[in-house]
Design a protein around this ligand. Sequence first.
Ligand code: ZN
Length: 164
Amino acid sequence: MVRKILTLGDKALRKVCNPIEKFDIRLKLLLRDMADTMYKANGVGLAAPQIGILRRAIVIDTQEEGGPGLIEILNPVLLEASGEQGGPEGCLSVPERRGYVVRPEYVKIRYQNIRGESCELEGHGLLARAICHEMDHLEGIIYVDKMDYEIFEDDQQENDGGEQ
Ligand code: ZN
């Protein structure tokens, strides 16, 4: 089910989210709704607080050729970050705006999957950017807090970070 995406100014987007503790049918339904909502909005990632659920849950699909497809990430912890990439980034909660944001080029995280099993994920490029962007949402941080400058339509750049 597609849910309503909250936008900048909504207090729920500024809260620190709580860990997922129950790996039950409700979680499964939440993750399904998050994926439906992300795909409907043509996003490459979505965090639970963006639909008003203050839990540490993320879905990402960078939709890259040969990419991993849909990834469901619960209770993520950053293990490693290195390198640097600067580029345009958008957020489904900040419609019609983009900003230039510097992120690590590579990250490695530990997280739990839908069954509560511990997993690790490494990402470069867009996947690394999406992981960082979504993990920020779980802390109440939005890209506009860290962008170097606003990007306007007429100077669209390559390596676009997509809407998250
Ligand atoms: Zn976002």
